[in-house]
Design a protein around this ligand. Structure first.
Ligand code: ATP
Ligand code: MG
Length: 390
């Protein structure tokens, strides 16, 4: 790589999607001296609110894409459901990381599973259901299972757990008979994820493996270092993620979620072609955050192996915390002052004014000199905020 290829601070970086991941990308880019442009139709989008430029248009709006191409030196995405065509259109004149082709695989559970199989990474037994014939041909071995829409699912949405063929047929009707994937329900011991960043030259770095606790299909708590993960298992997780990134010829930040089954085996669940909720702790607990890594990968700055400098816990702050069971319709502000009085707490709120149940409003990272100290403060914070203990 020549230094001429590097896109230096002072340039404008574009991001498709204006959610909290885009907002934290914008923060990282700006702190390194870049200007930013966000494409998101929502005038109140968390990233749009803090960006130099905010184009409030649809992702396929030709005029908006042309204006972005004029403004920006390079592009990334914060949202896997951005149409891959939008990334492809921008890639005609500017570097785009990740590429539309890689995002396309992560957008579709059937393509994603095929990529796991082709890369030799174990995944849950599954079958595609697009037609009544495919539904009828489902093997009983896949039950009980989880029926998942092939596209546009997140935070457990677009998923139905089914035990029998009758329930499966009913669930497919409920999901409007869109293309779905039936996955066998696996006996999970726990869940982990890992974030890797891959450069255009093929160099790969990774963050430490993260332990993730989900509640109602939504990430609740991430713990790093991941308890219960041996050195050998950690290597296996990192190798699998690196293999998946390399075989996609991926450039950028990629998160891979895994299940650890009760027999100790490792199964890939899904990939996100962007920074991930389970990597938010990297802002406060690592020397390079996942968002800075996204900036480095898209601008072709060097990627360095990130180091965790503090054990940590990340608690998601869902809209539920803004409501009291005694007065369920009145929005109140959680007691941030009490939480911030505790040592090692780092509050991140995404600028969303309308709290709704299950909506991701922010996160709290707790760092400590030891995992036990961090855990103690995280549990106290959870108690103050009304988050279920863990
Ligand atoms: P995300 O917000 O991570 O994109 P999603 O809606 O795409 O979530 P998945 O990651 O597919 O959902 O599933 C959500 C959770 O449901 C998983 O983290 C896991 O706890 C559980 N789950 C999903 N698939 C299986 C399975 N095959 N066997 C057992 N549990 C599963
Ligand atoms: Mg998931």
């Amino acid at each position: 790589m020549t230094t001429r290829d590097v896109i230096l601070p002072g340039a404008t970086l574009g991001v498709l999607g204006g959610g909290q991941l885009g907002r934290m990308f914008v923060h990282a880019a700006q702190s390194m001296g870049y200007a930013t442009a966000v494409l998101d139709p929502d005038p109140a989008s968390p990233a749009g609110l803090v960006s130099h430029h905010h184009l409030k248009a649809d992702y396929l709006d030709a005029a908006a894409l042309a204006e972005l191409a004029k403004l920006c030196a390079a592009f990334t995405t914060e949202f896997e459901n951005v149409p891959a065509q939008a990334l492809d259109a921008l890639a005609i004149t500017r570097p785009v990381a990740p590429a539309g082709a890689a995002v396309l695989v992560c957008q579709d559970r059937a393509l994603e599973k095929a990529h796991f199989v082709a890369s030799g990474v174990p995944c849950a037994p599954h079958a595609l259901i697009e037609t009544p014939e495919q539904l009828a041909a489902i093997s009983d071995d896949l039950l009980p299972g989880i029926l998942k829409t092939a596209r546009l699912g997140y935070d457990g949405k677009g998923q139905v757990r089914v035990k029998t063929r009758a329930e499966l047929a009913q669930a497919w009707d409920e999901l409007k008979r869109v293309p779905c994937l039936l996955e066998k329900m696996l006996p999970l011991d726990f869940e982990v994820s890992v974030i890797v960043a891959r450069g255009r030259d093929g160099q790969i770095v990774h963050f430490p493996v993260q332990h993730n606790l989900h509640r109602d299909g939504i990430l609740a708590v991430t713990t790093v270092p991941a308890p219960g993960v041996s050195e050998a298992l950690s290597k296996q997780v990192i190798n699998a993620a690196q293999t998946l990134a390399a075989s996609l010829n991926y450039v950028g930040v990629l998160c891979v979620e895994f299940f650890i089954l009760q027999d100790g085996s490792l199964v890939a669940n899904e990939m996100a072609p962007r920074p991930h909720n389970s990597g938010h702790h990297t802002i406060d607990a690592c020397d390079v955050s996942q968002f800075e890594m996204q900036v480095r990968a898209m601008t072709r700055l060097p990627l360095v192996a990130p180091q965790l400098h503090s054990p940590c816990f990340m608690l998601n702050l869902l809209g539920d915390l803004w409501f009291d069971d005694a007065a369920p319709t009145v929005q109140r502000e959680p007691d941030w002052a009490a939480v911030l009085a505790l040592p090692g707490t780092h509050l991140h709120l995404y600028g969303k004014t309308d709290a709704r149940r299950a909506r991701k409003m922010g996160h709290l990272t707790v760092t400590g000199a030891t995992a036990d100290l961090a855990r103690d403060v995280a549990l106290k914070s959870a108690a103050i905020l009304g988050i279920e203990s863990f």
